[in-house]
Design a binder for this molecule. Structure first.
Ligand code: NDP
Ligand code: 13P
Length: 332
C-alpha cells in the first residue's frame, strides 16, 4: 500500500491513531508541537524503547516541524485538543493548503465562539476542502493495544470518508462511514459534559440507577441540541452518540469521568485538573454547550447544572438536588 498520512497532535489519541495507520501499512508522519517531547520520542523510536502497548512501527516517523508535513503528503489527521485546533490549522495553512485533505479526531467546539470544528476548517481553508471527522467509543490505550474498536468517520464527501476508512480500517479497528458531520461532531463534544456529570454522581456515592438515568437523559439533551444544530436524530443512537456516551460515562479510563469523580468526592476544580494531568475537553464543552443551549432555546438541565458546578461555584450535591427538584413531566 503506497498511502501516506500526517497525524497532527502527539497526545495519547494522535499517537494511537498514528500507530494504527502505520500498522496498516500507511507511511505515517506524527507531528507534535513540543520539540523536546518529539526529540525524546524520536530517540525512543530509534532505540526501540516503547511503553507497554505503544509500539511504533518502522514506517512511523516523527517531527515537530510543520514544514515537514507539506513535504510528506496532503492528507492530514488533526488530533490536537479543541483549544489548539484553530491555531494549528492557521499554522498548517502557511505550509500546506493546495490539495489539502483534512480529517480530525478532536472532540469539542471552537472555544472562541462555540462553532463546530468543520466550520473552523471551512473558514481557514475553504468549504470545498475535503473534510472528515473521526469519532466514537475509542480509548487511545485500547486502540494502541489492538483491542477491538469500532468508530465512525463522518464527512459530506463520501469518497473522502471511504478513503480515510480504508486507511484506518483493520481487523481490530472497524470504521463505519456516516454523512452526518454535524450529528457526529455534537455527539463527540457533548458526551464529555455528560461524562463529567456521571463522574460527579458516582463521586457523590450515588448508584447505578443514577448513572443510567444520567446517560439516558443526557442522550436526550444531546439529541435536542444536535437536531437543532442540523444533526440527524439516528446519528445519536450510533457509535459517535450513544456508543461514546456509554463508554465515557461508565469507564474510569475517561478523563472527563475521572474529573467528575474527583469533584464529586470533594476535590476542587484546580486539584482535580492537576490530578488528571491530560486534556479534559468537557470543561470547556460545558460552557460552550450551555451557551449554545441558551442561544438556541434548548432545554439542557444536566449541562446547565454541570456548567454551574464548573463556572459558578455550585456544589456537586446542590447540582444533583436541582436536577431532582425539577417538576414532574412526561418523558420525551
Ligand atoms: N485519548 C483518547 O482516548 C481520545 C481522545 N480524543 C480527543 O483527542 C483530542 C486530543 O486528546 P488527547 O490526545 O487524548 O490529549 P492528551 O492530553 O493525551 O494530549 C494533548 C496533546 O496536545 C498537545 N498540545 C497542547 N497544546 C497544544 C497546542 N497549542 N498545539 C498543538 N498541540 C498541543 C499536548 O502537548 P504538550 O503536552 O507537549 O503541550 C499533548 O501532546 C481531544 O479532543 C480528545 O477529546 C478522542 C478520542 C479518544
Ligand atoms: O473520547 C474518548 C473516548 O472515546 C476519551 O474520553 P476522555 O477524553 O473522557 O478520556
Amino acid at each position: 500500500m503506497n498511502k501516506k498520512i500526517a497525524v497532527l497532535g502527539a497526545g495519547s489519541w494522535g499517537t494511537a491513531l498514528a500507530i494504527l495507520a502505520a500498522r496498516n501499512g500507511c507511511q505515517t508522519l506524527l507531528w507534535g508541537h513540543n520539540p523536546k517531547h518529539m526529540a525524546l520520542l524520536t530517540q525512543d523510536h530509534e532505540n526501540k524503547r516503547y511503553l507497554p502497548g505503544w509500539i511504533f512501527p518502522e514506517n512511523l516517523t516523527i517531527t515537530s516541524d510543520l514544514a515537514d508535513v507539506s513535504a510528506f503528503c496532503n492528507l492530514v489527521l488533526v488530533s490536537v485538543p479543541s483549544h489548539a485546533f484553530k491555531d494549528t490549522l492557521i499554522k498548517l495553512k502557511t505550509h500546506l493548503s493546495n490539495g489539502l485533505q483534512i480529517a480530525w479526531a478532536t472532540k469539542g467546539f471552537n472555544p472562541d465562539n462555540g462553532s463546530l470544528l468543520h466550520e473552523v476548517v471551512a473558514d481557514i481553508f475553504s468549504p470545498q476542502t475535503p473534510a472528515a471527522l473521526l469519532s466514537g467509543p475509542s480509548f487511545a490505550a485500547e486502540v494502541a493495544a489492538e483491542l477491538p474498536t469500532a468508530i465512525t468517520i463522518a464527512s459530506s464527501q463520501p469518497d473522502f470518508a471511504n478513503h480515510l476508512a480504508d486507511i484506518l480500517h483493520s481487523e481490530r479497528f472497524r470504521t463505519y462511514t456516516n454523512s452526518d458531520l454535524i450529528g457526529v461532531e455534537v455527539g463527540g463534544a457533548v458526551k464529555n459534559v455528560m461524562a463529567i456529570a456521571a463522574g460527579i454522581a458516582d463521586g457523590l456515592g450515588f448508584g447505578a440507577n443514577t448513572r443510567a438515568a444520567l446517560i439516558t437523559r443526557g442522550l436526550n439533551e444531546i439529541i435536542r441540541l444536535g437536531v437543532k444544530l442540523g444533526g440527524r436524530q439516528e446519528t445519536f443512537m450510533g457509535l459517535a452518540g450513544l456508543g461514546d456516551l456509554i463508554l465515557t460515562c461508565t469507564d474510569n479510563q475517561s478523563r472527563n469521568r475521572r474529573f467528575g469523580l474527583a469533584l464529586g468526592q470533594g476535590k476542587d476544580t484546580a486539584a482535580a485538573i492537576q490530578e488528571i494531568d491530560q486534556e479534559i475537553e468537557g470543561i470547556s464543552a460545558a460552557k460552550e454547550t450551555f451557551l449554545l443551549a441558551k442561544k438556541y432555546g434548548v432545554d439542557m438541565p444536566i449541562t446547565e447544572q454541570t456548567y454551574k458546578v464548573l463556572y459558578e461555584g455550585l456544589t456537586p450535591l446542590a447540582a444533583v438536588q436541582n436536577l431532582l427538584a425539577r417538576e414532574q413531566k412526561a418523558e420525551s
